[in-house]
Design a protein around this ligand. Structure first.
Ligand code: AGP
Length: 365
């Protein structure tokens, strides 16, 4: 095998860097003296009664995941905006409110324009960026760096999970600060977060079945659907984006509960329907979606743990993951969707690191 550090592509190398990247990102958020997640030196966040988030592409899906985490744990209302829409729709901006921008490059034209709009309107600006000397970093009042190192593959992988790590730790710190979790629960969830790199490493060490499934069931398809519920929904959206940008297979992500409202008409015996089905409180719901799709002759692929797998039948394939605490499902379930996209793209002979028509950083509209 030749290529970056013995990997065939940068994308695969960057996927494999995630256990370290997640551990490093977590390290920036944990106070080394107390072992507790710390809030950034940005008092506006402590005072915020609601939060605006804006981003594009994969970073937007990180923001959507952040909404689930912040609202559930910290009871902080979050509005998530596609930066490209936000900047042009004359949004109502209240001076003194707080906005969080998420970007790998820190140079994405739409996100930067959204940030400048908020700045002019007198909002307080916090950004999660990977490039710490980027325009967004310079123009924000405070930043949280993802420190994932340069990301070369056009498809964002390691920076996405670094963003999720920062958001998860921030949600925890806010939850404690706002009094919505006990110190004991905070300690438990901090421990769970700290165990994620090892869970990721275990998935990466045993990814042969994901490669085979991608080659046999996904690569031949013309179209694919990813389904998720709750915090798995943004990961379903991200899975679809990864698949379409790397393999050129048309793919859509859906909130599983929305599937009956139209997309169900697409079910046939050829299109893979990939369900993110962790054993969380929403498992029975997604299991019933799967049963319904199977009854219609659909081709379902299950991503979940052994306990969940034992409760479903009629699948075309499955990816088995370790049992995962609901808190870290978005982080852990990102890996199989990245690997599925990567291996499907390789099987189709696509230019994985430099997909056609795309640039790493969209600095012009
Ligand atoms: C991700 O795989 C894409 N290449 C793309 O959606 C990207 O996330 C988007 O352009 C935003 O980039 P940013 O994080 O640098 O702002």
């Amino acid at each position: 095998m030749c290529g970056p550090d013995g990997y065939r592509h940068y994308m695969l190398k960057e996927i494999h860097e995630q256990p370290r990247v997640v551990a490093d990102a977590l390290g920036t958020m944990i106070n080394s003296a107390t072992g507790r997640p710390a809030l950034p030196n940005f008092p506006e966040l402590k005072r915020a009664s609601r939060l605006l988030m804006a981003a594009c592409g994969t970073s937007y899906y990180a923001a959507l995941t952040g909404k689930y985490l912040f609202e559930k744990l910290a009871r902080l209302p979050v509005e998530v905006e596609l930066a490209s829409e936000f900047r042009y729709r004359e949004p109502v901006l209240v001076p003194g409110r707080t906005a969080l921008f998420i970007s790998q490059s820190g140079e994405t034209a739409d996100t930067l324009a959204a940030l400048r709009l908020c700045r002019e309107a007198g909002l307080s600006l916090l950004s999660i960026v990977n490039v710490t000397d980027s325009s967004m970093a310079r123009e924000s009042h405070a930043i949280l760096p993802t420190l994932a190192g340069p990301e070369i593959g056009v498809a964002s992988t390691k920076v996405f999970t670094a963003q999720l790590t920062i958001l998860s730790a921030l949600a925890l710190a806010l939850a404690s600060h706002r009094g919505f979790i006990t110190e004991r629960e905070e300690a438990r969830l901090t421990r769970v977060l700290g165990e994620t790199p090892a869970a990721m490493a275990a998935i990466l060490a045993d990814a042969g079945s994901i490669k085979a499934l991608a080659r046999d069931l996904v690569a031949p398809a013309k179209s694919a659907i990813f389904l998720g519920r709750g915090p798995s929904f943004p990961i379903a959206l991200e899975g679809a984006l990864k698949l379409k940008e790397t393999s050129y297979i048309h793919a859509e992500g859906y909130a599983a509960g929305e599937f009956k409202h139209g997309p169900m008409a697409l079910v046939d015996e050829t299109m893979p329907i990939i369900a993110l089905a962790p054993s969380d409180s929403l498992f029975p719901k997604i299991a019933s979606n799967l049963a319904e799709i199977n009854a219609l002759g659909g081709r379902t692929i299950f991503i979940g743990d052994a306990a969940g797998l034992a409760r479903v039948s009629g699948l075309a394939g499955h990816i088995l993951l370790p049992e995962t605490d609901p808190f870290t499902i978005p982080l852990v379930y990102s890996l199989p969707v990245q690997l599925l996209a990567y291996h499907a793209a390789v099987a189709r002979g696509a230019d994985v690191d430099q997909p056609r028509h795309l640039t790493k950083s969209v600095t012009a509209e």
